[in-house]
Design a binder for this molecule. Structure first.
Ligand code: 5AD
Ligand code: SF4
Length: 441
């Protein structure tokens, strides 16, 4: 057998891209590639890209520019672009960067081996189809030493989005909502647990809209979570990202009843202003969102909320922004991401008038200061509590291990290497800038 060819993959954007990258490594593994960490060694470089905001796509073009010398030094080097920029830009990428050999959209990854053969023959390959078949049926499960060591993993259960928020490119780049069958997800989860995974995050662009074929009729996300919770050795279940309008009663109940479902929920609201929410086509009011969070907190009082905000959406006035601040004050997010609005070509809001970069930057600064303040006080409030830690790896100091709390804080404690991959009980004794200190009980 010939020596394996070397593949370097760089991943941008969301967790789904991280999951997809692993699957692409698997697919190209069948075509004789092994993954390397240094692009200079590679025979093929694959950029798995994100199109969600302007800078994300621009970063890809500058990264391609920086790869020029690698291609000059090794003319056989193949360069591929995958992900949402590939889907959105298609052949335009090859026009802007002629050294790109391969462009593949998110729904066509199972066709990578055939595309690779084509580029090896000196042609270019472009595939941005939305094929009928489920790509995951044709992609090998991620394998290898890295996956077998990490106690946490992602599992894509749903892809695409039918919500069509006015700012968002996802319905165009990832396509319509498709849910994967329950039986297959259970099998994949069991396989992950056998390889040492104890914490699984279920992924979907609109994950709580999950409605997959179950073993006995259609399954909701709540039902899928209840089935997954029966797997011995699986200790923690999380899911992301959710739309408020798909937070059904059975899912809220699951938060109260399924112990393995972690008390942490990413539930973006984007804005606290009803006028802006309407302009965004979010289809709910600020008040409805707040009442929803009340119901979730009634079911699971210790739940931590996380969210996303867009500031400077077209038409956003100072009064609208004040509503966002007020909503943020009321929810007190444990963590939240906020972004300046960026017009995405082809989306309904793209033609509307932006509030201007100065206004948006100034508002973003104010919102982020508030969020940081809440985030810090939530972290400090952990001190003195007892909780479980899923131990992920050794810490920087000798004899130190690092784990994650149910609320996704990193915490370090003195303990043996043998705790790696296990759940240990600790008391939180200190709060530092980016982590907690803990003591094993
Ligand atoms: N501009 C700014 N932020 C955006 N997001 C999505 N689209 C845009 C856009 N056009 C943000 C939303 C979403 C997160 C993943 O990215 O807050 O929840
Ligand atoms: Fe980026 Fe959204 Fe695509 Fe994920 S789905 S890569 S966040 S554009």
């Amino acid at each position: 057998m010939s020596a394996p060819k070397k593949l370097f993959v760089k991943t941008y954007g969301c967790q789904m891209n991280v999951y997809d990258s692993e699957r692409m490594v698997g697919a190209l593994g069948t075509a004789g590639y092994e993954q390397v960490q240094d692009p200079a060694e590679a025979d093929m470089i694959l950029l798995n890209t994100c199109h969600i905001r302007e800078k994300a796509a621009e970063k890809v073009y500058s990264e391609l520019g920086r790869m020029r010398p690698l291609k000059d030094a090794k003319p056989d080097l193949k360069i591929g672009v995958a992900g949402c920029v590939a889907q959105a830009e298609g052949a335009e990428i090859m026009r802007r960067q002629p050294m790109v050999d391969l462009v593949v959209g998110p729904q066509a990854y199972h066709r990578l081996p055939a595309m690779e053969a084509k580029v090896q023959a000196g042609e270019t390959a472009l595939d941005t189809d939305f094929p009928e078949e489920d790509k995951f049926d044709h992609l090998p499960a991620p394998r290898g030493p890295k996956a077998s060591r990490a106690p946490t993993a992602f599992l894509t259960v749903q892809e695409g989005c039918d919500k069509f928020c006015a700012f968002c490119v996802v319905p165009y780049t990832r396509g319509a909502e498709v849910s994967r069958p329950g039986a297959r997800l259970l099998a994949e989860a069991r396989d992950l647990v056998e390889r040492g995974v104890a914490d699984i995050t279920l992924l979907g662009q609109n994950v709580n809209g999950y409605h997959g074929a179950g073993i006995d009729g259609d399954w909701t996300l709540a039902r899928l979570i209840r089935e997954l919770a029966k797997i011995d050795g699986l200790e923690r279940i999380r899911y992301t990202t959710s739309h408020p309008n798909d937070m059904t009663d059975d899912l809220i109940d699951a938060h109260g009843e399924v112990e393995k479902l972690m008390p942490y929920l990413h539930l973006p609201v984007q804005s606290g202003s009803d006028a802006v929410l309407a302009g965004m086509n979010r289809r709910h009011t600020a008040e409805e969102y707040l009442r929803l969070i009340e119901r979730i907190r009634a079911a699971r009082p210790d739940i931590a909320m996380s969210g996303d905000f867009i500031v400077g959406f077209p038409g956003e006035t100072e009064a609208d922004f004040a509503d966002t601040i007020a909503l943020c004050e009321e929810v007190r997010y444990a963590s939240a991401f906020s972004f300046k609005y960026s017009a995405r070509p082809g989306t309904p809001a793209a033609g509307r008038t932006f509030v201007g970069d100065d206004v948006a930057s100034e508002r973003l600064g104010r919102l982020q200061a508030l969020i940081t303040d809440h985030q810090r006080s939530f972290q400090r409030a952990q001190v003195g509590k007892r909780m479980s830690l899923l131990v992920e790896k050794a810490g920087r100091e000798p004899g130190q291990m690092i784990g994650k709390t149910p609320w996704l804080h990193a915490a370090h404690f003195d303990g043996p290497q043998t705790t790696q991959g296990n759940v240990v009980e600790v008391e939180i004794i200190g709060s530092n800038t980016n982590s907690l200190s803990a003591r094993a009980i």
